[in-house]
Design a protein around this ligand. Structure first.
Ligand code: URP
Ligand code: ZN
Ligand code: ZN
Ligand code: ZN
Length: 465
């Protein structure tokens, strides 16, 4: 067979292990893994590592964020940054605007993505209403149409669902075959702590962290697992930040429950002290759950190393810093309550885990691939088309230089935000070329292709098939 493109010389992290071989690509698909392959075009990847293109299954793009607040990334900038960070697929969340049905929201979100993406995309849904039309008609129809995962919130006014509502949403997931993702923080406890902090003048960004302490997350994690057990559904706990929540997940698995877990770069590299930086700088680090302590980094690492965590995602949720539609929203300097939650990270997720995990000897290349691509594809119904370098899969590949060492700089990044929380954080190992279905989308840190990303129709999660 003559291929359209062959990648030669790389160590290939394939679905069946890490080997030295060539990757033959034909019609955008991996056609051959072998040696001495014939091709019209060759990429010499000597000295590089070929990893499956990153799948970031937790990003926020063009998400409605309340009156006057604007997310810093649309599909153009968000997927451009993703591709430059070695990703080939992202899964943002579709959140209905005020007065929009879930189905209307999906149609509008599809239109926003269409023709603007440099990665492939698929959407999770956010379920914030539990009326009969949403749960009886819209959600079942959308699951049948391939929107096979949705997030429910236990915190945030306007988004948080009651336990009863969560059970009702889980029942729909059970009946129609979808994955429920939970943001586990106890809203009542947060409101109590926040009101009390404000009364005593503790209003600086740092108190975002002190009013969302570990027990707030641990309790909600335990409750979410119990609700999933009652409803009889698998569950994914997203953005786990600490050891006690991790232990809840381990205990659930010991009882035989199917619980998946996700963590993020902020929980192994940032601390609550970052929210205490001079002036208003701390606002740059306000996200939920908040960054914790160095001791908690160690707890999260143990979870990553021992397999408690299935997913390593960015929770990219970008706002601009010098912007009254962003972190400097009206009232934000008077109280942390008014600072939009979220930090940008889609372009830095993979280099941070590669450097802190692979280069420092904590995880293998195979585990890196599982945490950043394969498990995302399996859990959210994209496997075997996506998530692994194997014959028959899309030729979604990131070529890494494992020796390239440089600090993260906002000036090198491609997101719409005007800062990175990791400014000056030095990493070793960077993706130097990204290929989406065989087409180069990033080379040497710069986006190169037109917006060739497609919307992907998903299957049910592996665990439900
Ligand atoms: O602070 C965060 N993480 N904002 C993004 C929304 C969410 O809860 O994932
Ligand atoms: Zn050979
Ligand atoms: Zn969340
Ligand atoms: Zn999120």
């Amino acid at each position: 067979m003559t291929h359209d493109l062959v990648i030669k010389g790389a160590r290939v992290v394939s679905a069946s292990g890490t080997t030295q071989c060539e990757i033959g690509i034909k019609d955008g698909v991996i056609a051959t893994l072998g040696h001495d392959l014939a091709s019209a075009e060759v990429i010499d990847a000597t000295g590089l590592i070929a990893l499956p293109g990153g799948i970031d299954s937790h990003v926020h793009i063009s998400q409605p964020s309340g009156p006057g607040i604007e997310m810093a990334d649309d599909f153009t900038t968000g997927t451009r940054a993703a591709a430059c960070g070695g990703n080939t697929t992202v899964l943002p969340f579709c959140l209905p605007e005020e007065g929009q049905t879930l189905r209307e929201a999906v149609a509008a979100y599809r239109a926003k993505a269409e023709g603007n993406c440099l990665t492939d995309v698929a959407f999770h849904l956010i379920v914030k209403e539990t009326d009969p039309v949403t749960l009886g008609q819209d959600l079942p129809a959308l699951i049948e149409a391939g929107y096979t995962s949705f997030k429910v919130f236990m915190t945030y006014q306007g988004l948080a669902l009651s336990d009863r509502q969560i059970l009702e949403v889980m029942s729909v997931a059970k009946a129609h075959g979808a994955m429920v993702m939970v943001h586990a923080e106890n809203e009542d406890a947060i409101e109590f702590l926040r009101d009390r902090a404000e009364r005593t003048g503790e209003t600086a960004p740092y108190h975002h962290a002190t009013t969302r302490p570990v027990p707030v997350e641990r309790e909600a994690t335990h409750r979410a697992i119990s609700l999933a057990e009652i409803a009889g559904v698998p569950l994914t706990i997203v953005h786990v930040s600490n050891g006690e929540a991790t232990e809840e997940i381990m205990r659930a698995r010991q009882r035989g429950l199917t619980v998946f877990a996700e963590t993020c770069p902020q929980y192994i590299t940032l601390t609550a002290d970052d929210l205490d930086r001079d002036g208003f700088e701390g606002a740059k680090y306000v996200c939920s759950p908040p960054p914790r302590t160095r001791d908690e980094w160690a707890n999260i690492w143990r979870g990553i190393e021992t397999g408690v965590f299935d997913l390593f995602s960015s929770d990219h949720c970008p706002f601009r810093f010098v912007d009254t539609a962003g972190k400097d929203a009206p009232g934000a300097r008077q109280s942390f309550r008014n600072i939009p939650n979220g930090i940008p990270g889609v372009e830095t997720r993979l280099p941070i885990l590669f450097s802190e995990g692979v280069v420092k000897g904590r995880i293998s290349l195979d585990r890196f691939a599982a945490l950043t691509a394969t498990n995302h594809a399996r859990l959210y119904g994209l496997f075997p088309r996506k998530g692994a370098i194997m014959v028959g899969a899309d030729a979604d590949i990131a070529l890494w230089d494992p020796t390239l060492t440089k600090p993260i700089r906002q000036s090198d990044l491609h997101h719409g935000s005007d800062y990175t929380p990791w400014e000056g954080f030095t990493v070793t190992g960077w993706p130097v070329r990204t290929l989406l279905r065989g087409v180069t989308t990033m080379q040497d840190g710069a986006p190169v292709a037109a917006a060739i990303g497609q919307h992907l129709t998903r299957e049910a999660p592996d665990v439900l098939r």
